[in-house]
Design a protein around this ligand. Structure first.
Ligand SMILES: *[C@@H]1O[C@H](CO)[C@@H](O)[C@H](O)[C@H]1NC(C)=O
Ligand SMILES: *[C@@H]1O[C@H](CO)[C@@H](O)[C@H](O)[C@H]1NC(C)=O
Ligand SMILES: *[C@@H]1O[C@H](CO)[C@@H](O)[C@H](O)[C@H]1NC(C)=O
Ligand SMILES: *[C@@H]1O[C@H](CO)[C@@H](O)[C@H](O)[C@H]1NC(C)=O
Ligand SMILES: *[C@@H]1O[C@H](CO)[C@@H](O)[C@H](O)[C@H]1NC(C)=O
Ligand SMILES: *[C@@H]1O[C@H](CO)[C@@H](O)[C@H](O)[C@H]1NC(C)=O
Ligand SMILES: *[C@@H]1O[C@H](CO)[C@@H](O)[C@H](O)[C@H]1NC(C)=O
Ligand SMILES: [Ca+2]
Length: 575
């Protein structure tokens, strides 16, 4: 029964990490209570990463990337030295799109570059589409680094449905009113009430020199700061608003981003038609700090078959943990919540019912439940004195009648261990009770020779005297194997002179081991005694094996861990 849940258990992340306040980086932790160990669930989310490493880049229109055919260009700051060359066929002179997302090592700046504006006055337009095929939540500023000057106008757009529909995210122009008909704004002017407003900013489009300012920023940090304070100290306030303010979470969510480049850097002046080789776009880097959106049901995001997937917990399922696992729909799916602070709420999907194929109880029950702690579907209310995940074991105090099939109503037979002769009411798989010293038999209701059954809870007690071997001295008479009636002037258990205790024969212990005692009332023949010692040693072994099955399985340690856990979970321990 164990290997399934056990393997799963070993694959779980170590549960002993403590939960830092408000970090939401752990989905569950192990708790022990009076009812045994169990899980406590928390809202959780994957850590942020720079998503540039995982983005698909596409540039439009076709042929916008320079170098095919090879082309000369110059720069705004060196307009008359047009000796630079872009050549797609040369590794050193080519500027393909992937150089926007590469890791630059050794300080060498690598960048994508477009053709020059040689077709002026036709506008020089380019679209850069960044796709992740996964909903993400931006957690810090998106920074686009332009070499040779920032565009004088551009739009950042986003899609939340993998590119089906798009919406503007922010407008950038050196003159917002002229280009977009919008009042120029800064994020610092935003208040909590209009935090999700799409603005046009002139901050990143004015000419200040190509080397001085390269960055075009989509300000996320400053927006967070409107709620969480300038240093983002009060993240609780942000998390609270994320829950309560309509559209706030969506504002930071995207699956794709698109940069629509509308007009290149002009060097602070009008377009000089005599030298169009200095107008083009060049982007060396795009940082997208974001986390996988998992609806607060996963603490990590995995790359599977080149697709980002949330590693869903809380019995949720799907790329974004956006639904309950099959069989766990007893209430409708809900995202996890940042509230109540600081730990949030997991809103775990819970077990409902399982199909008959999953609820297999060998005919001893028709109800199952799910134990999240060991991720196991288990039978409940096993009848006919059975127990276990599939009602496949006998309750303690019962043993399996091996000649009956597992689904027989009478498969579990009461041990009926003799209360006085046994040290426990439980027996082994084969029905052997655990006998106290001196008693024997399957039910421990028989005495070894040298022992005599006494009522009143005493069970088998060692004989003090008998008629043959443990004779009473000095003419005493043995009474009921337990005392000698001494002649006058003699005392002692066996009637030894002046109270000296002097048993005759080879001594009790030796006699017992050699099997010398004569059969008696509730006593046995020597061969039966030997037999019984064997049966008892088998009993010792089988006692140890009582809870493990005969199926081949994992090693002892695992079995033990597993047994402990299942035992708690399945209520195996006797009451
Ligand atoms: C860029 O994308 C927009 C929106 O889909 C489209 O209208 C426009 O034609 C594209 N521009 C280029 C140069 O492909
Ligand atoms: C996008 O993700 C979905 C899973 O939501 C997957 O089925 C599909 O294959 C992925 N597409 C690509 C192009 O990777
Ligand atoms: C946002 O609201 C604040 C106060 O309500 C106002 O001063 C500011 O101009 C607004 N910003 C925008 C971009 O609308
Ligand atoms: C086990 O089952 C068989 C077949 O029904 C029966 O004959 C036997 O008495 C049972 N043994 C015990 C110990 O109940
Ligand atoms: C000991 O066990 C064997 C079977 O293993 C059985 O045949 C025998 O009767 C048992 N002896 C006693 C005294 O219980
Ligand atoms: C017991 O012993 C004493 C002396 O030791 C003796 O006087 C007495 O007669 C004895 N009694 C019997 C009944 O033998
Ligand atoms: C059974 O186990 C007990 C304790 O584990 C031990 O003292 C005893 O000697 C064992 N008996 C046999 C017959 O192996
Ligand atoms: Ca680069």
């Amino acid at each position: 029964p164990c290997p399934g849940p056990c393997l799963f258990l070993l694959l779980l992340p170590p549960p002993v990490r403590s939960q830092p306040v408000g970090a939401f980086d752990v989905c569950r932790s192990l708790l022990s209570s009076e009812a045994g160990p169990g899980w406590e669930f928390y809202a959780c989310q994957p850590p942020p990463v720079n998503m540039k490493e995982l983005m698909q880049i596409r540039v439009d229109p076709p042929g916008i990337t320079c170098g095919n055919p090879p082309e000369r260009f110059c720069t705004l700051e060196n307009p008359y030295l047009c000796s630079d060359e872009c050549d797609a066929s040369s590794p050193d002179l080519s500027h393909p799109p992937q150089l926007m997302g590469d890791r630059e090592r050794g300080g060498l700046i690598t960048y994508w570059q477009t053709v020059t504006w040689s077709r002026y006055p036709e506008p020089l337009l380019a679209n850069i589409t960044l796709s992740w095929n996964k909903s993400l939540e931006v957690v810090d500023d998106i920074i686009v680094t332009f070499e040779y000057g920032r565009p004088t106008s551009m739009v950042l757009e986003k899609s939340m449905d993998k590119g089906v529909t798009w919406m503007p995210y922010q407008y950038y122009a050196d003159d917002c009113m002229e280009v977009f008909g919008m009042m120029p704004k800064r994020v610092s002017e935003l208040a909590p009430s209009n935090l999700t407003r799409v603005i046009c900013t002139e901050q990143y489009s004015r000419w200040v020199g190509a080397k001085e300012e390269k960055a075009v920023v989509f300000e996320v940090r400053a927006r967070f700061g409107v709620l969480a304070g300038p240093k983002l100290i009060n993240m609780d306030a942000l998390y609270t608003r994320m829950e309560t303010m309509k559209g706030l979470r969506d504002f930071f969510t995207f699956t794709n981003l698109r940069l629509r480049l509308l007009r290149p850097a002009l060097g602070g002046t009008y377009v000089q038609t005599d030298n169009l080789l200095k107008y083009f776009y060049a982007i060396s880097n795009i940082d997208v700090p974001a986390r996988c959106k998992c609806n607060l049901h996963a603490a990590q995001c995995l790359l599977r078959d080149a697709t980002l997937m949330c590693d869903c917990d809380h019995n949720t399922d799907g790329q974004d943990c956006q639904r309950c696992r099959p069989g766990f729909k007893s209430r409708t799916w809900r995202p996890g919540s940042y509230l109540t602070l600081p730990k949030g709420t997991a809103n775990t999907c819970t077990f409902t019912t399982v199909s008959n194929t999953n609820c297999e109880c060998n005919g001893h029950s028709n109800r199952c439940s799910y134990i999240d702690f060991i991720n196991v579907v288990t039978c409940v209310s096993c009848k006919h004195n059975t127990r276990g995940q599939r009602c496949q074991y006998c309750r303690l105090g019962y043993y399996r009648n091996a000649s009956l099939p597992l689904d027989d109503e009478n498969v579990c037979v009461g041990c009926q261990c003799d209360l006085q002769g046994s040290s426990s009411p439980h027996c082994s798989n084969s029905g052997l009770c655990q006998c106290k010293a001196g008693s024997t038999g399957r039910r421990c209701d028989t005495c070894l020779s040298g022992y005599t059954w006494r009522e009143g809870g005493a069970g088998c007690t060692a004989n003090v005297c008998d008629e043959e071997r443990l004779l009473c001295q000095n003419g005493g008479t043995c009474l009921d194997y337990s005392s000698c009636i001494c002649p006058a002037n003699y005392t002692g258990e066996r009637g030894g002179a002046q109270g000296v205790w002097a048993p005759r024969g080879s001594g009790e212990l030796g006699a017992l081991l050699l099997g010398l005692y004569r059969p008696n009332h509730r006593q046995q023949t020597p061969s039966a005694l030997t037999q019984n010692l064997q049966n008892n040693s088998m009993l010792n072994e089988s006692t140890h094996q009582l809870e493990s099955s005969n199926e081949p399985g994992p090693g002892w340690t695992q079995l033990w861990v597993c047994w402990m856990l299942s035992a708690f979970a399945l209520g195996i321990f006797p009451h």
